[in-house]
Write a protein that binds this ligand. Structure first.
Ligand code: NDP
Length: 245
């Protein structure tokens, strides 16, 4: 795998699912990873698995701008630079608007949209100064279409795509790459963030019947990263072969 070994990759939402599996693939390919999330015990267990010389862990709530900045600064102090910022942390509190689950609306926008903005804000000064870097953002099939119960989640993921495209255009002078990955159903802990009664059961069943392994996502990350520096993979949309929606 070219252009991956030796890179320093910061991953938010690395305590489970797509983030954790991507960290495994990256370390196998010779990268160094900075793992961030709220569940420090999970991050420490992953670091133990991957070898402490390849990882650093940091407890971060991506809702908090200063914490995300401190996380990225910590990664740079640990490894001397940052090459890739994977803004991956996210929640999926699906449910119809009429349920008025205001706390979930707040959480979805705060984590999925503002969390990405804080990640951009934290890494961009380093990327600008070194005139290189890559943002990898996680949207979703739900960032390409909206359905009943997905209005807020889809709004957050459409936003990730819009922010990423604006960023892509703005950072041309600094030689920065910008990638959006939009997965369909992938087998992670994400369905557990659906709490609305009468919705969570259906989502869990859909994932059980449809979801593909998290390695599908990790391979996309490595594909986008491993291109020559003058090739910018901007969007990848992928689904389980049997997923209709
Ligand atoms: P998981 O629930 O397994 O992982 C979510 C990660 O986000 C966890 O590591 C969690 O860590 C972290 N996280 C959640 N809230 C916060 C917060 N406030 N601060 C810091 N970290 C937080 O789900 P996935 O791996 O599937 O999700 C990763 C991304 O992929 C999300 O953006 C999701 O929307 C997206 N996605 C997933 C799909 C799927 O089918 N799995 C499909 C399309 C998109 P902790 O709780 O320890 O803080």
């Amino acid at each position: 795998m070219e252009n991956v070994a030796g890179k320093v990759v910061v991953i938010t939402g690395a305590s489970s699912g797509l983030g954790a599996e991507t960290a495994r693939h990256l370390v196998k390919a010779g990268a160094k990873v900075a793992l961030g999330a709220r569940r420090l015990d999970r991050l420490e267990a992953l670091a133990h698995e991957l070898g402490s010389e390849n990882c650093t862990v940091f407890k971060v709530d991506v809702i908090e701008r200063e914490q995300v900045k401190t996380f990225v600064d910590h990664a740079v102090k640990s490894f001397g630079r940052i090459d890739v910022m994977i803004n991956n942390a996210g929640v999926m509190p699906l449910g119809p608007l009429e349920l008025l689950r205001f706390d979930e609306w707040d959480q979805c926008i705060d984590v999925n949209v503002k969390g990405v903005l804080w990640g951009i804000a934290a890494a961009l000064p380093y990327f600008k100064a070194q005139k290189s870097g890559q943002f990898i953002h996680v949207a979703s099939v739900a960032g390409h279409k909206v359905g009943i119960g997905s209005a807020i989640y889809s709004a957050s993921k459409y936003s990730v795509r819009v922010i990423s495209e604006g960023l892509r255009q703005e950072v041309k002078p600094y030689n920065i790459r910008t990638t959006v990955l939009s997965p369909g159903a992938v087998d992670t802990e994400l369905p557990a963030s659906v709490k609305a009664e009468g919705v969570s059961e259906g989502v869990a069943q859909f994932y059980k019947a449809t979801a593909i392994p998290a390695s599908s996502f990790a391979r996309c990350v490595l594909f986008a990263m491993s291109q020559p520096e003058d090739v910018d993979i901007n969007e990848i949309l992928f689904r389980p072969t049997k997923q209709e929606l």
